[in-house]
Design a protein around this ligand. Sequence first.
Ligand code: TEU
Length: 541
Amino acid sequence: MLDKTKFGWWKSAVFYQIYPKSFQDSDGDGLGDIPGIVRRLDYLQKLGVDGIWLSPVFASPQADNGYDISDYRAIWPPYGTMEDMETLIREAKRRGISIIMDLVLNHTSDEHPWFRQALKGRDNPFHDYYVWRDGSPDCPPNDMRACFGGSAWEYVPELGQYYFHQFAVKQPDLNWDDPKVRRELYDMIRFWVEKGVEGFRLDVIDQVAKEPDRMITARGPKLHGYIRELSREAFPEPGLVTVGEAWSADTEEAKRWSAPDGSELSMVFQFEHMTLDQRGEKWDAVPLNLPALKRCYERWQRELHGVGWNSLFLSNHDLPRVVSRWGDDGKYRVESAKCLAAMVHGMEGTPYIFQGEEIGMTNVPMELDGYEDLETVNMIAERRERGYSDADILASARARSRDNARTPMQWDDSDNAGFTSGTPWFGVNGNYKEINVEAALRDPDSVFWFYRRLIGLRKTYPVFREGSFELLLPEDEDIFAYIRRAEGEQLLVVCNLSGRERAFQVPAEFERGERLLGNYPDGGPVLRPWETRTVYLRDGK
Ligand code: TEU
């Protein structure tokens, strides 16, 4: 059992992300909820994870599925009550699972009482909690764009002012330059720590120190000062795990974020590897260039080794399903899901599994009028206006929409995949009769049991946590292979990320190694389609 009071315990941990709306409904209203999560804790314990990153469950008008918070200290009623949340924290802890809450500190909902007050007048004490600039109706302060489309400025005629929003109009940015705002946020975080929450995921934390007059959003000059203050004031316990979402982080930045002295955060989510298969905007997908991906991973592994800490992930609620994106969600769905899992779980860092990834859930084919997510809906409108054909737009949405990750969890082959007894808020993927938890648990060769073994290996062999990283065959377009080396131990991970057979010469020293894991029966010098092998060597043996 991990000692979760100690700094760094998360280096041996694996986390599991729950998107509550789509995980498990318990009362038939078609929305996932907290009692539903409690019901599934035994399942997560079987998988072996140490913590749950819970996407926002706070009171919210749900313009962005909870990333628009109207009360940080209350639970959204359809998800349950505060008592349900306390039960979840307690029941999870009993199973060795920590609850990591998702804090949206960059913005609130426009329905948050702070913003309602702020709208009342320039002299209102809450006015300064948000970012305002004077202007006239057709002349915004500058042409900054919001992440979800349109201008980043919204005019309020009663005030003759614009407010700044990096995301949707209903997500006004908080003004971190006001010390009262920061104090409110710290107090709120302490409220949750006192309830037993053991860590936090910090939404777009690299964007809090914005300076709109200088067109700065991420990585503002005051950013790391604010983060060090946040860490001191809100996260004094060495055992609290904190993971910041930082799309802007390069390796130099990540070293600061995850400095081993604990002065900032435990680690960040960086996304460099997830942007290699697009040209310009994320909607413009191009095939993955494997040598580029390997170079990227090699650099992150090498540069953070010993001086920072990586997070490891291929999926979350904002990304399409990885088996559809980089694997083969048809003939080799099972093999490719395992191959991709072995590729990341063999590296140094803390792995995160997104709900459904552990059973190889896939993207969902939908029509344009079926999309729910505001980012996708805005993209469709914008691209239509710019003259894209519906066929083009549909191809982008199917490949990249966040909705691919947000269909209900597939538990069994009963109606609505066992997600709800009512009408699901969002359609279940049609492949649930084949791809579901019950089927996966029955089949010893399923993706689920492969993940279970991967999680176990990280806990058994220190080399998974500590080893250095050496990339083999950097230019190979199909094979991703690397060696990890730690005191007295070595590990070889080989992944054939293609549907072709490929010859592979096992490095001589590993010929006497012990095979820890694979997705085919033990084989010779030829790697089969999407084959992966993990081989272990203890020095002197
Ligand atoms: O995402 C931050 C973010 O930058 C996203 O807009 C990202 O670029 C996009 O989802 C890629 O498709 C976080 C949350 O994870 C996301 O769900 C929220 O919508 C967003 O912040 C606003 O809070």
